[in-house]
Structure formats: C-alpha cells, structure tokens
Design a protein around this ligand. Structure first.
Ligand code: PHE
Length: 449
C-alpha cells in the first residue's frame, strides 16, 4: 500500500531568479553522472545524509531532489494537516508508546530481511526503492522499524509516524515521499483471552456512530500461521479489526461511512488484510494490517507473545478528511495553503483557484533490453520529477508500439505540468521539456522521435 522536506525549494527556484541556477545545477549533476557512468566509475564517492556520510556504489539511485525532502518532517509541523491527523490517531492509541523521529536511512536488513521479504521480492528492486548504496535505503515503509522497536522496547503497544520513500508513477495521489503510521500491539500468549476481552469491552463501548462494515473470513489463501491455534488467531484478529474500525470511525465521525475488509498479502503478517473506505463512489485503500509472523516475535525476544501490526497512509486519509485534491499541496509553502489550517482542527480546504495546466508529449524508442537492464517507466518518471519538481502533475503512457521488423519499442508519454501556486508560461515549460528530453536520452539511452 501507498500513501510526505526542501533544502532546495524546487518551485521557488524554477519560478524566480533561481530558475537557471537550479537547471544548471541539475545539468551539471547529470552530465557529470553520465560522463562518469560512461567511464564505468561511480558518481560522487559519498553522500552526506542528515549528518552521516555513506559511500555510493552501483546501487545508488537517490537524487538531490529526493534527498532534499528528508529535512521537511511535515508530520511534525504544528497545524499542518498531516500533523493534526497524526495527533488524532495518537490520541486514539493513547496507551501506546509514540515515536516520530526515527532516521529515514535504514539497512536493507531492516527494510526487507527482518520482515521476511523473499530475496526476489519486487519491492527490493532499484526501480521501486531509493538505494543510498547496496546496503542502505530510504525506508519504503514504517514497518522497517518493527524489529528494532520490538527488540529494544518495553511496551506492549507502539505507534510510529514517519516519512517513507518510493519510486513511483506521477499523479495527483502519488508522490515519491509520503507519511505512514505503524501500529504494533503484542499480547502474552498465556493470558490472551482475558487481556483481549477486557480491552475489547472498553473499545466497543466508546466507539461512536453506526457505520457499515463488510468483513471477510480467513481463507486458504490467507492462512492462519501453523504455530497459532485458531482461537489465538481469531482473538488477535478481532482485537486488530475492532481497534482499527473504532479509530477510523472516530476520525471520520460520519454515520454513512462505509468500510470493508479485503484479503491482502504481506511477507511479515498472516493472515493479512487491507481496509478500504467508500469515497466518491470508489473503494479507497487506507491501511494494511495483519497478525505478526511469529518468526519476527521469536527473533526479537517475544517468543511467548502474539501480536498484530498495521500501517496506514496519512496523505490518503488527510486528502479525504481535509478535502485536499492534490498530494503535492502537502508540500506547499504557500501561505494560501498553510494559513488555512489551525493546530489540531480538521477543516475543509478551500482551493485558491486552479491554475491552468500545460501538457507536452514525448516519444522515444526505448533501448534494446539487456540482461539486468529492463526498461521501467519509473526511471522516466524520476527524471521528470528531478527536472520539473512539483510542476509535474501527471505522467501518463498514452501510446506504445513495437516496430514490426526491428522489434524495438516506442513509447509516448504525456506530461501534465501545472503549478499549485501560479500560472506557468509555455516558454518555461518548453525549456523544462527540452531538459527532460535531453536527460532521458543521456541517462536512459532512449532515441528521441
Ligand atoms: N508496511 C505495509 C505497507 O506499507 C503495511 C503494513 C504494516 C501491513 C503492518 C501489515 C502490517 O504496505
């Protein structure tokens, strides 16, 4: 599941006197990277991230744009919608230990291995994940901290909030940085039934408003772990689902809210589910959860416990609650956005006019696929993000075909440019588009058409 820090303010630089400086910087960065790539040596030998130095290697794929987000910490900014939402969720899990300040640079062990990701899991690929180097990544989810928290903490419940990073497509609900909250709750196996039923009685009595909930039973494709009895798994599941339903009800306070549970798969939980809410006639996934794999509890010193975990996307929920139409707005430093919100209050966002969009198409022949060098649309999206910053609203593949004789593949993307804060000029976008074309040819080896 999915679901947002500038040392370098991309928009401001593009829109004002910094325009050239920013583009020159990028050009310089890319041409030196490309020149170095050709010489088959790596880029800059080290990266400085939050005061720590990391050696780069052939896995490194973080860009200056993405690294500039690490210091923003939107979830910690008082009166920011993400902070208000975080605090509401924290107040719902008031007995849990709350954490919100963990380093976004984690090892591949923390992000994947500790969570039992198979070596071939697609989440590990360089097209999906930002690698600092072959052993360190920008966390792709808050679950990366599960094992450490369980190993080092003394609490039976944790709620942790953090910015997470994923290479992804570009549209109004996807941004390469977003925020998640992870909840973990563990129970002593020996006293499970008593602890859960006492907790549930307080939860159900304080839950507001009737809401329609559709549930599904566990099934063969979503199995109970063989080390758990059916009754253990059922009790933990009941506690998990009731806690989350009650949290969502209290956030929305809407009698007509419709919730449904669907089956899911995560390497670190079984059974697993996703919760969806009906929003504007569509089911919107807001969180993933499940019964923690016993192996994780065993290896973190909790062999005598069972537990649940969930991870939710804050932007997704905030977009619904505050009526925020575009995920880029969370990053806006425009007063017309920020001044609309008060600390701790959920209010409806009033759009300050929608500025006109400007779209440009780009077509190219993709390079022939070699072993280990598969084309991926995310690599192209990353170039658009890096050149255009938050001016890129949407990137969509509009046409693709294979040459009947040569077998080469042509792709055409439509890039929608729009500023949240001002009207962009056609000349400005033309220059950006030229840069996207040039860098795509240089970095991805495409042949422009
Ligand atoms: N980490 C998962 C994700 O980002 C969500 C999740 C958390 C699922 C905890 C189960 C338990 O997709």
């Amino acid at each position: 599941m999915r679901g947002g820090r500038y040392i370098l303010r991309v928009n401001a630089l593009l829109g004002s006197s910094g325009k050239l400086a920013w583009r020159q910087l990028l050009t310089a960065l890319y041409s030196s990277a490309a020149a170095e790539a050709k010489n088959s040596t790596s880029q800059s030998p080290t990266l400085e991230i939050l005061g720590q130095s990391y050696p780069t290697d052939t896995h490194t794929n973080t860009t200056p744009t993405i690294l500039s987000k690490l210091s923003r910490n939107l979830h910690l900014q008082p009166s920011h919608p993400l902070n208000t939402l975080k605090r509401r969720i924290e107040s719902h899990f008031s007995t849990f230990t709350h954490l919100d300040n963990l380093n976004p640079v984690v090892t591949t062990t923390q992000n994947f291995d500790d969570l039992l990701f198979e070596p071939s899991h697609p989440g590990r690929s360089k097209t999906d994940t930002y690698y600092i180097n072959s052993s360190h990544v920008l966390r792709t989810h808050t679950s990366a901290h599960q094992s450490d928290v369980l190993r080092n903490g003394k609490s039976n419940g944790y709620l942790l909030t953090a910015d997470v990073y994923r290479r992804d497509e570009i549209d109004v609900s996807h941004y390469p940085v977003f925020h998640q909250m992870e909840g973990i709750r563990i129970f002593p196996r020996s006293n499970l039934s008593a602890e859960i039923s006492s907790d549930l009685s307080t939860l159900t009595s304080s839950a507001p408003s009737p809401t329609s909930i559709t549930d599904i039973p566990t099934s063969d494709t979503n199995p109970i772990q063989s080390v758990h009895t059916k009754s253990e798994a059922d009790l933990v599941t009941k506690h998990l689902k009731t806690s989350l339903e009650s949290m969502v009800k209290s956030l929305f306070r809407d009698e007509t809210l419709q919730i449904r549970w669907i089956e899911a798969y995560f390497p670190f939980t079984s059974p697993s589910w996703e919760m969806e809410i009906l929003y504007q006639d569509k089911w919107l996934e807001i969180l993933g959860c499940g019964v923690v794999q016993q192996q994780i509890l065993d290896s973190t010193g909790h062999a005598d416990k069972v537990g649940w975990a969930f991870g939710l996307g804050l932007e997704r929920i905030a977009m619904v609650l505050f009526d925020i139409p575009d995920i880029r707005l969370f990053w806006s430093e425009d007063k017309r956005f920020l001044s609309q919100f008060r600390e701790g209050e959920v209010t409806t966002f009033k759009p300050f006019s929608k500025y006109p969009a400007c779209y440009k198409d780009i077509s190219f022949w993709c390079p022939a696929e070699k072993e280990g060098e598969k084309w991926h649309d995310n690599d192209f999206a990353e170039i658009v993000r890096d050149v255009a910053g938050d001016l890129a609203e949407n990137v969509r593949l509009i046409d693709q075909f294979t040459h009947p004789k040569k077998g080469t593949v042509s792709r055409c993307f439509r890039i929608n440019y729009r500023s949240m804060e001002r009207t962009v000029t056609n000349e400005e976008i033309d220059r950006i588009q030229d840069e996207v074309r040039r860098i795509s040819a240089e970095k991805l080896g495409v042949t422009l058409r």
